[in-house]
Design a binder for this molecule. Structure first.
Ligand SMILES: [Zn+2]
Length: 120
């Protein structure tokens, strides 16, 4: 059995989530600036297409992460934070501290990842 979060742990995780949210928003802002129309270099060849695609992928990942952080912050408000969305167990604090926006305990996440791997 794992313990439910103490108020102090919850506060610590909330702070972590807010920091990550701020970092992601800054990162996305940066990416959007990188996605601005590219300037032609001296040879008139447009550079940076590959970089732009990578930035786009990163932006998509950031968007998904940001959505998870918002969900986690919402869950914190309604008291469901720290519970596995799959099996309903209390997610261990150590795991939440490593990945505060997670919504699954380790066994459920592993199962999900195994299922994803098998589907490919
Ligand atoms: Zn679970």
């Amino acid at each position: 059995m794992t313990q439910a979060l103490t108020p102090a742990q919850r506060e610590e995780l909330k702070a972590l989530l807010l920091v990550r949210q701020r970092e992601l928003l800054a990162q996305m802002q940066q990416n959007r600036e990188n996605l601005a129309p590219p300037a032609a270099d001296q040879d008139g060849i447009v550079q940076g297409n590959v970089g732009r695609e990578v930035d786009q992928v990163l932006t998509d990942i950031d968007t998904a992460d940001l959505a998870r952080i918002r969900l986690a912050l919402d869950a914190m408000e309604d008291g469901s934070y720290g519970l596995c969305a799959e099996c309903g167990c209390d997610i261990p604090f150590e795991r939440l501290r490593a990945e505060p926006q997670t919504q699954h305990c380790v066994p459920c996440k592993s199962r999900w990842e195994a299922a994803q791997g098998a589907a490919r």
